[in-house]
Design a protein. Sequence first.
Length: 400
Amino acid sequence: MRQIILKKGREKALKLKHQWLFSGSIDRVTSDDGDSDYSSELLQVIDYQDNFLAYASYNPNSKIAARIWSFDEDENVFSHEFFDERIEKALNLRMALNFECCENRGFRIINSEGDFLPGVIADFYDNMVVVQFLTKAADSYKELISQILLEKTGAVGVYERSDADVRSLEKLPPSAGLLAGKMPDKELIINENGAKFHIDIVKGHKSGFYLDQAASRKIISEISADKTVLNCFSYTGGFGVAALLGGAKTVTNVDSSKTVLEIAEKNMQLNGFSEDSYENICGDVFSLLRKFRAEKRKFDLIILDPPKLVDSRKNLNKAAKAYKDMALVAFQILNENGLLANFSCSGLMDRDLFQKITFDAAIDAGVNAKLVRRFEQNCDHTVALSVPEGFYLKGHLISI
């Protein structure tokens, strides 16, 4: 078996069970035949004294050069039994958290490193599993993983949506299509805390829906009674539906995509809301916030849930300015005693820094702001304690 040999003193992270190895920690990789295609191969990771540390997949083209699949020297990694046990364990955890694979349910089954399956994402929608394979090794075993998921969930099919930009970091092309079973014979609809949502697994963002915000949507529903609500970066209207179910007076959804707003319209109709209780506006959020300010139009509750703004540390400052700019104008168009739900889904944005950005925006807006509560990703989006980078979604509910 080929080996990844670490530089002296670089074994500490693995001894703490972290699942990533960067190229700077690697001294060399042994090779018997000079073949550089490691995509489906398992390598031993050893320290400079030849002690076993872990089994890993290796991709010299990726920023994360090696990903750890097991710290157990006796484990038969990449076997059918290995994937079967890992997937079974992930499903059992979801069942313990009151998620189950049944009609109209939507939840995450596998969350990559959070379930010790690096690069594997699997979401359940109604009667379909949607998968993403974001690393070379995961991609190499996607047929096997998909077949196990089909058998264990009772879904009718497993559909691939490996078209995320992050695959390019692994030098992988986008890939999408049916991997196992068949396509559903009905439109997919999930029920989340009483809210119904159409799910488009073929054309929707990521796997079709933002399941990570389920807990946050429930909170928004609970605080929306009698409020005028502005839902920015609304996608298919998730927060808007939750707010109206919670008794909001009106909801204004804003997104730059006409296509997703058409689905938002379908979701509003699916939940039986009258047309005078909501509006869907297609446009740039930054411009529309300023337009509302100029028109002196105000709201009781504003939700800012932008897409990922930080894709590398070099643009962290630029993203921080964008987050502050949005929050500042949002504070200015909040009614007295209004609430701002401010989110970041960028893993590189530290929670404390994000809170400071929101605080700075409040100071510049001239409002006395109070932190009411924090938001985070839903519990089915598990995070290994040894890989805190998996905690990416953070948010604050701010009162003025």
